[in-house]
Design a protein around this ligand. Structure first.
Ligand code: NAD
Length: 287
C-alpha cells in the first residue's frame, strides 16, 4: 500500500475508536496528522503515542457540531502543516454522545435531531466546504466520510442515526461528482460492529453478549478499529485512484445475509446457549 509521506491528514474524532486507529495508521505511513476532537485527554494521549513512535501529529480542540470549530480546524491544519490532503470525517459517538438520539419520529427530541444532524451530516458539509478550496488549488485531495451499515438497514427507533447515515452516502456521491474534475476523490465507509475502547467496556461487562454478536457475522467475529483504518488508507491510496463516490461496506458479511434465515440462526443460537445475556433484550421484551 502506498505511503502518505508529507500528506496532511485531518481526522475528526481522532482521539479514540475508529478515528484513533486511523490517525495512528496515517502517521505510521508518514503523514502529518491533525486530530480534531473534543476529548482533550484522549486526543493528547493519541498525539503523544504517535510522537513517541516517531510520527507527526497535533491536536485541535473542536466540537464538530459548531460550525466555527470546523472552520478553525481546517485553518489550524493549514497553519501548522501547510494544507490539507486528506479529510476523514468520522466524529460521532453513540457511547459518549451528550444527547440521546434514540427514538422514533414521535419520541425523539427536536434538540437530539438537531444535534445528530449537526454532528453526523452538517459537519461533513462544512468540513468539505472549508477543505475543498485548498484541495482544488493543489488539484489533489481525498475525503472519507464515515457512514454505517445503518445507512442501509434500519434499526427500530433510531430515526436520527439511520437518517443521517443514509444521507452520508448521498452526500458522498454528490461531492464525488462535483469535485472529481479537480482530482478530489470522495468515498465513504460503512462499518459493521467495531469494538472500540468504549464498546470494549460494554462487552467486558457482558462477554456472552459479544459472543451473541459475533455469531451474527458470517466471519464469526466483530471488527476492530484497524479494519476500518485499513479501508480508509486503501481508499486514499494510489491503488484506489479510479474509485470515487463509493461506499465501501466493511462488516464481515453482516449485511449480505437473508434476514429471515438469519433470524432463525440467532434463535437457534440463543436456544443452544441459554446462558447468553442478549444485549438490549429488556428493551425488546417491553415491546
Ligand atoms: N463502532 C462501531 O461499531 C461503528 C459502526 C458503524 C459506524 N460507526 C461510526 O464510526 C464513527 C466513529 O465511531 P466510533 O465507534 O469509533 O466512536 P468512539 O466513541 O469510539 O469515538 C468517537 C470519537 O469522536 C469524538 N467525538 C464525538 N463527538 C464529537 C464532537 N461533537 N466533536 C468532536 N469530537 C467528537 C469522541 O471524543 C471520540 O474520540 C462514527 O461516525 C460512528 O457513527 C461506528
Amino acid at each position: 500500500m502506498s505511503s502518505f509521506e508529507s500528506q496532511v491528514v485531518i481526522v475528526t474524532g481522532g482521539a479514540l475508536g475508529i478515528g484513533g486507529a486511523t490517525a495512528r495508521r496515517f502517521a505510521k505511513e508518514g503523514a502529518k496528522v491533525l486530530i480534531a476532537d473534543f476529548n482533550e485527554e484522549a486526543a493528547t494521549k493519541n498525539v503523544n503515542l504517535i510522537l513517541s513512535q516517531g510520527g507527526i501529529a497535533a491536536f485541535s480542540h473542536i466540537d464538530i457540531s459548531k460550525s466555527e470549530d470546523v472552520n478553525r480546524m481546517v485553518q489550524e491544519a493549514i497553519r501548522q502543516f501547510g494544507g490539507v490532503d486528506v479529510l476523514v470525517q468520522n466524529a460521532f459517538s453513540v457511547v459518549a454522545g451528550e444527547n440521546n438520539i434514540h427514538g422514533s419520529a414521535v419520541t425523539v427530541k427536536e434538540e437530539s435531531w438537531d444535534y445528530g444532524m449537526d454532528v453526523m451530516l452538517k459537519a461533513l458539509y462544512l468540513g468539505a466546504k472549508h477543505c475543498i478550496p485548498h484541495m482544488q488549488r493543489k488539484q489533489f485531495g481525498n475525503i472519507i466520510n464515515i457512514a454505517s451499515v445503518h445507512s442501509f438497514l434500519q434499526e427500530p427507533n433510531m430515526l436520527v442515526y439511520e437518517t443521517a447515515k443514509a444521507a452520508v452516502v448521498g452526500l458522498t456521491r454528490q461531492m464525488a461528482v462535483d469535485f472529481g474534475p479537480d482530482n478530489i476523490r470522495v468515498n465513504a465507509i460503512a462499518p459493521g460492529h467495531i469494538v472500540t475502547e468504549g464498546l470494549q467496556k460494554v462487552w467486558t461487562q457482558n462477554p456472552s453478549g459479544l459472543q451473541f454478536f459475533e455469531n451474527q457475522y458470517p466471519l464469526r467475529k466483530t471488527g476492530v478499529p484497524d479494519d476500518i483504518a485499513d479501508g480508509i488508507a486503501f481508499l486514499c491510496s494510489e491503488q484506489a485512484s479510479f474509485i470515487t463516490g463509493h461506499t465501501l461496506v466493511i462488516d464481515g458479511g453482516l449485511s449480505i445475509q437473508l434476514q429471515e434465515k438469519f433470524g432463525i440462526q440467532q434463535g437457534v443460537f440463543a436456544r443452544k446457549h441459554p446462558e447468553v445475556q442478549i444485549p438490549d433484550a429488556a428493551y425488546y421484551e417491553e415491546k
